[in-house]
Design a binder for this molecule. Structure first.
Ligand code: FAD
Length: 471
């Protein structure tokens, strides 16, 4: 038995764990990072990186088909799905170089492979053998896909995000169950690559957490592209007949059969915590994940949990943000708190969906003077030059010009968020944002446009009054 003591043990080498381990080592702690398989986590292997790489290929295929929009001859691309997946694998290999054990060693982090489980509140077993002690522990074990209890689904066979990036054949007919960000991103990508996609969404709208106008603009775009979107549709059972998988969907009181060659389940992910033996450490958890306070500490003050495993928002940048807070709080007895109110969200569909902060409805509940300003992208020259002028930026502001929320759909909408998040974080109001010079012709001119509109609609009276007062 190899018995060793560490200042900080990090369990899980994904987005949250890598950040915690590197930060801990840079702060001078003796750190061990333990992963049961490989470093990089869902984001690198089955999430952000492969999905965005797939989306890039699918977008190009779509643009080739519609090249006449840009004054070129339209062309039907030949899709070799194995070549597409090989490109994705090579991108993963390049991105993963930063996450290798060698790269971690350079930061001063020791890496061990094997499933970690608690023996006591300070002692961990790694795989079948090694045991270590740690003064502090950060748990970052992520999440896994959750299949809905639809009768016949399991027997018929289905895919989740762990399977789709190793497909060797493109399903001719593909049913995607779930119309959240992952279902929408992958559904559109496979449709553009040539699958006939049916998206089955239980909610009345797709991306239901987003602004209703954003949801309906995305729905329109999907329908225009030929994706068969069924909203307010409940998959009640699945039947398998030879190679065909039939999803029986209840919609408007009637049952419809959607025939498919493959089913992708994208109905949510649940915290991966079962194998940790949290009871041995006396760490509290429930069906959502490990219970943490705002400092990300569990009920055991020296054990922290970050990222998907604590049941909070499931984003790489959120896992990283939480990891920084937890590591600081552990090693410096700090009291930094997480605050998701300024968490930016991007869904990488085309058009892209991006949002931060409050919806108008939420804002009105807190600020009676909250209202909305919109910049349609057909008024943004860059969007016109790109022939991508559909979409809009909607800003929710209060009477004092404070930005309370932003909701956008359109080309690279996610890129608009950085400036807005910075303004919200540091109390920079919309007029101040608008007074900064925004390079022409960038998409950020949309934000400038909203600021101008706001000024001329509501700011002019007081401005004019001050001007005339000088005469
Ligand atoms: C298809 C898809 C697309 C996505 N796209 C985006 C996106 O564009 N942007 C974005 O911000 N987020 C995206 N996400 C979400 C993002 O991938 C996750 O929120 C993020 O990876 C969570 O990080 P984490 O550190 O909590 O967990 P993970 O990155 O999943 O890491 C968990 C690690 O813990 C290890 N582990 C588990 N149990 C144990 C154990 N007992 N012992 C040792 N190791 C263990 C696992 O092997 C894994 O390496 C996407 C997710 C999916 C599925």
């Amino acid at each position: 038995m190899n018995d060793r003591h560490y200042d900080l043990a990090v369990i899980g080498g994904g987005s949250g764990g890598l950040t915690a381990a590197i930060m801990g080592a840079r702060l001078g702690a003796r750190v061990i990072l333990i992963d049961k398989t490989t470093l990089g986590g869902d984001c690198l292997h089955y999430g952000c990186v492969p999905s965005k790489a797939l989306i890039a290929t699918a977008r190009l295929a779509h643009r080739m088909r519609h090249a006449d929009r840009w004054g070129l001859t339209a062309h039907e691309p030949t899709i070799d799905i194995q070549a597409v997946m090989a490109r994705i694998a090579s991108i993963q290999a390049r991105v993963g170089e930063h996450d290798s054990p060698e790269a971690l060693a350079e930061h001063g982090v020791e890496v061990a492979f094997g499933g970690a489980r608690f023996l006591t509140a300070h002692r961990l077993a790694i795989g079948g053998g090694n045991e270590i002690d740690a003064a502090f522990v950060v748990i970052a074990t992520g999440s896994h896909a959750m299949a809905p209890p639809i009768p016949g689904l399991k027997e018929a066979g289905f895919l989740d995000h762990r399977d789709v990036f190793s497909l060797t054949e493109l399903p001719a007919r593909f049913v995607v169950i779930g119309g959240g960000p992952i279902g929408c991103e992958l559904g559109q990508a496979f449709s553009r690559l040539g699958s006939a996609v049916t998206l089955v969404q239980r909610n009345a709208r797709i991306v239901p957490r987003e602004d209703p106008d954003v949801s309906s603009a995305l729905l329109d775009a999907f329908v225009r592209e030929g994706i068969d979107v069924r909203c307010a549709a409940n998959p009640v059972r699945v039947e398998r007949v030879d190679q065909e998988r039939r999803v029986i969907v209840e919609q408007d009181g009637a049952e419809v059969v959607v025939a498919s060659d493959a089913i992708l389940v994208a109905t949510g992910r649940r915290a991966t915590i079962r194998s940790l033996d949290l009871d041995a450490a006396g760490v509290a958890f429930d069906e959502r994940g490990i219970t943490v306070n705002e400092r990300l500490a569990t009920n055991q003050a020296h054990i922290f949990a970050v990222g998907d495993c604590n049941g909070g928002p499931q984003f790489t940048h959120w896992a990283e943000h939480e990891a920084r807070i937890a590591t600081r709080n552990a090693l410096f007895k700090g009291s930094s708190k997480r605050d998701a109110s300024l968490l930016p969200r991007v869904t990488f569909t085309d058009p892209e969906v991006a949002s931060v902060g409050l919806s108008l409805e939420q804002a009105k509940a807190e600020h009676s003077d909250a209202h909305v300003h919109v910049a349609p992208f057909d008024k943004v020259d860059r969007a016109q030059c790109e022939s991508l002028a559909e979409g809009f930026l909607k800003l929710v502001v209060d009477k004092k010009d404070r930005i309370l929320g932003a909701h956008a759909i359109g080309p690279e909408a996610g890129e608009l968020l950085a400036e807005i998040v910075l303004a919200m974080e540091h109390g920079i109001d919309l007029t101040q944002v608008g007074s900064a010079i925004h390079a022409y012709p960038t998409m950020t001119r949309a934000t400038r446009r909203v600021a101008d509109e706001r000024f001329f609609e509501h700011g002019l009276d007081s401005w004019a009054a001050r001007l005339f007062a000088n005469f």
